[in-house]
Design a protein around this ligand. Structure first.
Ligand SMILES: Nc1ncnc2c1ncn2[C@@H]1O[C@H](COP(=O)(O)OP(=O)(O)O)[C@@H](O)[C@H]1O
Ligand SMILES: [Mg+2]
Length: 341
């Protein structure tokens, strides 16, 4: 039997969440799309009883800004809130919090956004007692240090993973539209000095419910993102941390630390290839064979168009130097099909 989560589960019998005193209005004003940088939990009504999503690194909760009424999603992270199944240890969680903070700081400093990347609104820390008062069940260790909050645009649609599973795989034309949109989001991140490093269907969400409109897809989850130092170019940026998800992670990322090697932004291109493979095959991942390299699902060789197959194979090149950059991938004939000049 699964052990219950110590941290992210809401309490069973809950009083209405207590409103904390709103000691100041902090000059909040609703801008056209965004809101002023939030400073504390006090500025939101958060529903800790109904998590929107629980990941390896944090729980995400719906919230409403008290001043503007804007609906947002708040990701809560604490080094004490470890997933119950031991998938992530404290050291990894502390590192994930640091990476998410760094990424938020860079995006907020540069004031950048893209239609295919979730909008980041702000981040702050707060005492665990505050969340405890609002009904969040926290382990005792969480009270020894601040909780970390990351405020984002609320995405109301499903994840790409759910869509692919419900559709039992996507037809080629739809997988192409999704891939083009993911490339556009990734290109923006890379041009902004950010490498996602955990691209997979569960880290891609539709911004609104109803139809699965590829244009409404957004990349989420920056708890393993790599940030290029200010002034450095993405072409020369290298990393060595072991991050990512089995089945989607690029081979050079898997071995970097062990072999004392580094990897670059092309790791996202490999994960894009795995994501495309998953979309086309209803989540079967390309297999890795010690001698043959990457083995693409046999059926795809028969059903996918030659352009589609060549595109997918290029993304899954074992050698990153043979993989296209995201901008090069966007120029591939397969992604150009159906695009009017
Ligand atoms: N902005 C958002 N709007 C709606 N749901 C979200 C948002 N961000 C994350 N989620 C949901 O919460 C889950 C966990 O968030 P994520 O950032 O991926 O955390 P982790 O780093 O732990 O994987 C996601 O898989 C998704 O279902
Ligand atoms: Mg995630």
């Amino acid at each position: 039997m699964l052990r219950p989560a110590v941290c992210w589960l809401p309490r069973l019998s809950l009083p209405q969440p207590a409103r904390l005193p709103r000691e100041s209005l902090r000059g909040f004003s609703m801008m056209s799309q965004t809101m002023a940088r939030p400073q504390s939990l006090d500025e939101f009504d958060v529903d800790f009883r109904s998590p929107i999503g629980i990941g390896n690194f944090g729980g995400v909760y719906p919230a409403q800004n008290r001043m503007s009424s804007a609906e947002v999603a708040i990701k809560l992270m604490s080094p004490a809130c470890l997933p119950p199944d031991g998938r992530v240890g404290r050291t990894e969680l502390v590192a994930g919090i640091g990476l998410e903070q760094q990424l938020f700081d860079q995006v907020l400093r540069d004031d950048i956004s893209h239609p295919n990347v979730v909008d980041l609104i702000g981040r702050f820390d707060g005492p665990a007692e505050e969340a405890d008062m609002l009904g969040l069940d926290l382990p005792p260790a969480a009270f020894e240090e601040p909780l970390h909050y990351f405020v984002m645009e609320l995405l109301e649609g499903m994840s790409l993973q759910v869509h692919v599973e419900q559709s039992k795989g996507l037809p080629e034309y739809e997988a192409r539209s999704v891939t083009r949109v993911l490339c556009e989001g990734l290109e923006f991140l890379h041009q902004s000095g950010i490498v996602h490093r955990d691209l997979k269907p569960s880290n891609v969400h539709y911004s609104h419910g109803g139809s699965a409109d590829a244009a409404a897809l957004k990349l989420i989850d920056f708890s393993t993102a790599g940030v290029v130092p200010q002034g450095a170019s993405i072409e020369h940026a290298v990393f060595d941390e072991h991050v990512g998800t089995p089945g989607y992670v690029a081979p050079e990322v898997l071995f970097a630390q062990k072999r004392g090697e580094t990897y670059n932004a092309k790791c996202d291109v490999f994960s894009l290839g795995c994501t495309l493979h998953a979309m086309l095959t209803n989540m079967y991942l390309p297999r890795r064979h010690a001698h043959l390299g990457i083995v693409i699902n046999k059926e795809l060789g028969m059903t996918l168009s030659p352009d589609g197959y060549s595109f997918l194979s290029s993304l899954l090149s074992l050698d990153p130097s043979e993989r296209p950059t995201v901008s090069e991938a966007l120029q591939h004939p397969w992604l150009q099909e159906g695009v009017s000049a």
